[in-house]
Design a protein around this ligand. Sequence first.
Ligand code: LLP
Length: 470
Amino acid sequence: MRAHPAGPRHGDVFTPGAVPRMPAGVNALEPGIWPTSSHRASGGSLVVGGCDVRRLAADYSTPLFVIDEVDFRGRAADFRDSYARGPAPATVYYAAKAFLATTIARWVEQEGLGLDVATGGELAVALAADFPPDRIIMHGNNKSLEEIETALRSGVGTLVIDSVPEIDMVSAVALRLGVTARVLVRVTVGVEAHTHEFIATAHEDQKFGLSLATGEARDAVARVRSAPALHFAGLHSHIGSQIFDASGFEIATSRIADLAAKIASDGASIEELNLGGGMGIAYTSLDDPLGVPDMAAALERIVVKSCERAGVDIPRLSFEPGRAIVGPAGITLYQVGIVKPVELDNGLVRTYVSVDGGMSDNIRTALYDADYTVVLASRESSAPPQLCRVVGKHCESGDVVVRDAWLPSDLAPGDLLAVAATGAYCRSMASQYNYVPRPAVVSVREGATTTILRRETQADLLALDPGAPS
Ligand code: LLP
């Protein structure tokens, strides 16, 4: 692992009197973390997609999610092209759960990707954007009959079967509608991968999929094949998220190839193998994920090797990256409010920098102990760096956006901060905790802006309350 140039991280211990290592360029835009178009204007303010963040904040207010359209499209195209090489050209579905709006669905469609939806709500957004339904794959461990019916009526290309009862549910709805449902069977392979670590266990203690180890997955395939209104198309596996290398996929694929051999001996072939998403990104300079083409090549090799060893045909592959497409394309802009120095036991001072959002627009720090990179975005500063914690405005001490960050010591109310790589799982997991309306999302491209989602208002929130005057 590389040394972290941006100073101490969460969990670092400082001995009393010791001065933590100062970063070289506290306000520098570290490569690989910010949207590709990002740079500093002459006065030091951050420019993304040709738009100065001061103008964005003035026009749209803060907190604000900003998505670099060219960056998003570039990453989508990189996945499309990298995974199209090799002996088993793959379909790439963008995982909507990372962030979806009709504009995003249109970009995904235009870049030639499919769309992975996990609920009827995500499906509704995709259909509202006229996303071609045959390029949609639908997930969900607890799909309702209504969701299944909407999916089949609207012509969703593939449904992923997640449980035994669901086989009968999908089959019954398909029969009633007089259609054939193309389905994959989701297999729990007993591998869990996060970042650069993975564990392979014999049992699978989680809610998704059908167990490979117990034989449940093989039985489910037989049951699907005997259902008249279902077309068994293949297998699905998703091993985790924010994965940095291919080792977890290797064990998963090897186990799936063995299952495919058993299924072949039952008389069925696997036309498609979907290996899910989970490709990781850099949130800080400590993170070192495999690049898209390298991961694609490694996965191709793994599939070919596993299938050859198991003696099964190489299926058509599919993948479902979400974070790796939208995550690095997005940043969050906040305005600084109260700046409060707090003396620590070790004699150091940590400066609590309160911003105008927090855990309602980024729950990932509180929920996963996620780490982020933050810079002063509205101006340059030559003030010495100070150890800061960027916190939100919510009534909760766990309301932390960035746990440990070096920021210039002249930080003052009204300054803008930018947090990098917030395109994925921030707006999509946002809440209205404390009746804080959810931020707008704007896309930027060559100096122009487009509203992707408008800012929620107090009136939007009160409109849900029949007791409030309308
Ligand atoms: N496919 C399936 C079946 C999934 O369950 C997921 C993510 C994906 C694809 C997309 O994974 P990605 O490429 O975005 O890592 N809220 C968490 C991440 C949860 C992911 C759940 N499933 C976070 O903020 O890190």
